[in-house]
Design a protein around this ligand. Structure first.
Ligand code: BGC
Length: 421
């Protein structure tokens, strides 16, 4: 921090001093310049102490999350300590902190954001934290030290970045929460995500339609169901659960859906860090205790990764692939789409990371260059400190009937990518 302030002081000195001395060179004689230099330096020190007080606040938000001040200069990276030469374009840096590479979507997200930012002329520091919270904190700290102007963060644990985000704010660095909301902080300016409750609603609706639950309710037919929900430290997971239950709860209550384990609450069904191996263990336990003969009808899963675990446990229990439950998912990962095409998974939720990345990049631009990004939600995403202005993209259901049109036709995957042996 101390070194950063010294760097900033030096930097302001160079800018103001540089500009004034250029002016003087043109207008005043050398003798006057020499005698004025001391006066200017004293004047600069006074200015800098005032600027220092203001600079600590950097890009701020008022209560309504509108940007009220951008006093961080555009030209902000002079590690060599040299005065920026006149007319030289200095590239702004953006730090992009992604949670993990174990799931395909984050690799796509990271690549898309980086490519788009680079096309606009930004320098990008993209880091993956391998689901290690301390590693993510130290990656963000190093981005702050390296003078990024903006941070795009998809957290591992949404509540554990409070301190490092405070540091970012104190350094005038703008922060965008990417896909996962950053909780308990006032340092976040915008949130770019998908409509996370809608993801759950779509999963619930799919189960309702495919199993014809309305009809089953009328005729007294019932189906068994178990839930595999997202990580408790990810705000999205609870939204998704809420969407699912908005559709399915009445069928559980009236006995059309029977959950033999009795585990229907979020707390009982959430899976830490979205781990596929934990989903596999959970499914093995359920099969052993309640579904030995493979009579589970529905695995309501919140993530494609869980489905690989569910399929492994099904096979390991020696159950027939013919008796697989209807398995839902999220992310339209390549392996999941292949499973859908080949009948091992019923559906997934497609979240076009290209669109999300594009929305996020407009937020970066707005924060760094001025202007207002497109926002379509100002009420749903309260992080316990403020309601973060958000852009929520629309999730799309994918199943056997539309994966070719939407995913291959839409250029998200090629046929070869999906079916390469
Ligand atoms: C994302 C999902 C993803 C999950 C696991 C969530 O925050 O919204 O798209 O499946 O993380 O990576």
């Amino acid at each position: 921090m101390f070194f950063q302030s010294v760097k900033k002081v030096k930097y302001y000195k160079y800018i103001i001093y540089g500009k004034l001395s250029l002016l003087m060179k043109r207008q005043l004689s050398c003798v006057i310049i020499i005698s004025m230099k001391r006066t200017i330096l004293i004047f600069l020190i006074l200015c800098l102490s005032l600027a220092g007080c203001k600079g600590a606040q950097g890009i701020r938000q008022d209560q309504n999350s509108e940007i009220t001040d951008t006093n961080e200069p555009a030209e902000d990276t002079h590690e060599d300590g040299n005065e920026p030469s006149e007319g030289r374009t200095v590239i702004k840096r953006v730090g992009v902190a992604m949670p993990t590479r174990t799931s395909e979507r984050w690799i796509n997200d990271g690549m898309s954001i980086k490519a788009r930012l680079e096309t606009l002329g930004y320098e990008v520091d993209l880091q993956y934290a391998d689901d290690d919270i301390d590693l993510q904190i130290s990656q963000i700290e190093s981005m702050i030290r390296n003078d990024v102007s903006c941070l795009v963060i998809s957290s591992i644990d949404s509540t554990r970045l409070v301190d490092v985000l405070k540091e970012a704010k104190n350094n005038g660095i703008a922060v965008i929460a990417y896909d996962r909301l950053l909780m308990d902080t006032d340092a976040v300016s915008y949130y770019a995500s998908f409509d996370n409750k809608e993801v759950g609603t779509l999963i619930g609706n799919y189960i309702e339609d495919r199993m014809n639950l309305e009809e089953a309710s009328r005729t007294g037919k019932s189906y068994t169901i178990e839930f595999f929900m997202g990580s408790p430290d990810d705000n999205n997971a609870l939204f998704l659960y809420t969407g699912v239950m908005d559709v399915l709860k009445s069928y559980i209550d009236n006995g059309t859906l029977v959950c033999r384990s009795g585990k229907t609450s979020f707390r009982e069904t959430c899976i830490l860090r979205w781990s596929d191996t934990k989903a596999e263990e959970m499914c093995s336990d359920l099969i052993r205790e309640y579904y030995r003969s493979g009579d589970l009808d529905i695995a309501c899963s919140a993530f494609d990764g869980f489905d690989y675990g569910i399929l492994r446990s099904w096979q390991r229990a020696g159950l027939s692939m013919e008796d697989l439950p209807l398995i839902t998912g999220q992310d339209a990962e390549k392996a999941a789409v292949k499973n859908i095409a080949e009948g091992r998974q019923a559906m997934t939720i497609y979240k076009d990371t290209r669109i999300l990345a594009a929305k996020c990049v407009t937020m970066v631009q707005a924060l760094l260059e001025g202007g207002k990004p497109e926002i379509n939600d100002t009420s749903q995403y309260n992080n316990n400190v403020l309601t973060v202005p958000s852009y929520l993209c629309t999730p799309v259901v994918i199943d056997k009937d539309n994966y070719e049109d939407v995913l291959i036709g839409g250029g998200y995957y090629t046929k070869e990518q999906l079916f390469a042996r």
